[in-house]
Design a protein around this ligand. Sequence first.
Ligand code: SF4
Length: 74
Amino acid sequence: MINPETCIDCSLCAPECPADAIFADNALPADQSHFIELNAELAEVWPVITQTNSPLAEADTWVDQGDKLQFLER
Ligand code: SF4
């Protein structure tokens, strides 16, 4: 999640994401517009990442799987 209140829209993160999961809000595909509100909500409650971590062991299994929102745990 990216906090929309603190993001300065520099666009550096999008090309660095190995899963191509980051979009500028003005470049978000129309069928994913619901993620703008979800991102803002979860950015307020999920912890801020302050250091680089290795990907989870199952990351490659999930990277291309669609409709992952059904598995979101809040
Ligand atoms: S790197 Fe991404 S999240 Fe961070 S300020 Fe730039 S656009 Fe925003």
